[in-house]
Design a binder for this molecule. Structure first.
Ligand code: SF4
Length: 367
């Protein structure tokens, strides 16, 4: 473990550092004090210490491929540039043939995981979503299926008229190995009523993951920050994740996602700042003390800031992706994917060991 001296003049920060050094859990008030502090480098240093206790010098990545089978969506989240109405220009819903063609023309042998999310399309039945997994599993039996958000699970349960547990069991029968972490946005009702009122509530989203964990599945979880939420709401979100993790121990990674600014109606005036991005990664590491990994998502904060985040508490640099569409529809400036070589370069440049993993964080190879 690293030795650490916080040279800050800030007495509040010094007392929080003492708590971290003694492995005491931080409160929401502590989190607010961290957000109020300008000493981003001391906060990053503390988060790096906590990360090194858990992960040593390792940073993980996966060779994966994003697939978005449909962009038709009954919800109208204010931050979303991806969704379309059924009859709107640009709307699509891939048939099995189109799905296999899409994947076949982009696949490479290194890919170990399909990451599948889409719109809440109520013009197709639940079977469409099950068949999507079956089709992929049949054609690519060695690739893990990480699919659908907690919000999609709640949507499927509504259109199929069955419980979330039954939805999950059917999807698992079709090959589902993990949910994706999305749809959480900010887990407070004030935020959700303003930004995504047609979508799963806080309790619904938490129940989807609680149920998945109960069925033996490990899942990721996200937080979409940078729009109308208060700092306190971010911290409430983190503490809700932390509470569920205390109960189930089913989350593998917490992923802060910087909102993208294309939607002028969403109360998003500008991109999140580098200060906010690094602080949010670091504060996530300090607050969400019971989840092994914090992910830096290069799609939304860029590769250079991602590299810095690896010294501020992040232990996962995500994956190769091939073709990201959702954040780019909302204005992401990054490339839509990254090569394995570039990911390794980025991780090693941060002075860390690059570890290729599978969906379940089993080690494939160290670089
Ligand atoms: S974020 Fe997802 S659920 Fe919300 S409108 Fe976009 S596609 Fe639909």
């Amino acid at each position: 473990m690293s030795l650490l001296t916080i040279a800050s003049q800030d007495k509040t920060l010094a007392s929080i550092a003492e708590k971290v050094l003694h492995r005491e859990r931080l409160t929401i008030e502590d989190g607010l004090a961290l957000y109020e502090s300008d000493d981003v480098f001391s906060i990053a240093q503390l988060a790096n210490l906590v990360n090194e206790r858990i992960n040593g010098n390792r940073v993980y990545f996966v060779q994966n491929m994003y697939i978005n089978p449909t962009n038709v969506c009954e919800a109208k989240c204010r931050f979303c540039g991806f969704r379309r109405d059924q009859d709107q220009e640009g709307a699509y819903t891939m048939s099995s043939e189109e799905l296999l063609h899409y994947v076949g023309t982009r696949f490479n042998d290194g890919i170990r995981e399909f990451h599948i999310v889409g719109g809440h399309n109520n013009h197709v039945p639940f079977d469409y979503y099950v068949d999507t997994l079956r089709t992929l599993k049949k054609a690519y039996p060695d690739v893990a299926l990480k699919a659908y958000t907690g919000a999609e699970i709640e949507f499927f349960s509504r259109i199929a008229g069955i419980s979330m547990e039954e939805v999950l069991k059917e999807l698992m029968n079709a090959g589902l190995e993990s949910l994706t972490g999305g749809g959480a946005e900010i887990l407070t009702e004030r935020y959700r009523l303003k930004m995504s009122p047609e979508k799963a509530s806080t309790d619904d989203w938490l129940l989807a993951h609680r149920t998945a964990h109960g069925l033996g599945m490990l899942t990721p979880c996200t937080m979409l920050y940078g729009s109308i939420e208060t700092k306190e709401e971010r911290l409430i979100h983190m503490s809700r994740i932390r509470e569920l993790q205390d109960e189930t121990n089913g989350f593998q990674v917490f992923i802060p996602l910087a909102v993208q600014p294309m939607k002028a109606t969403a109360g998003i005036r500008r991109r999140t700042s580098a200060m906010d991005d690094i602080k949010t990664i670091a504060i996530s590491r300090l607050m969400v003390d019971n989840v092994d990994h914090i992910k830096a998502y290069f799609i939304n904060i860029g590769t250079q800031l991602t590299q810095l985040a690896l010294r501020a508490g992040a232990s996962d640099a995500h994956g190769t992706l091939v073709e990201e569409r959702i954040s780019h529809a909302a204005g992401a400036l990054s490339d839509q994917g990254i090569t394995k070589e570039d990911l390794i370069w980025l991780i090693k440049g941060a002075g860390k060991i690059a570890v290729e993993r599978d969906t379940h964080y089993n080690v494939i190879k160290e670089y």
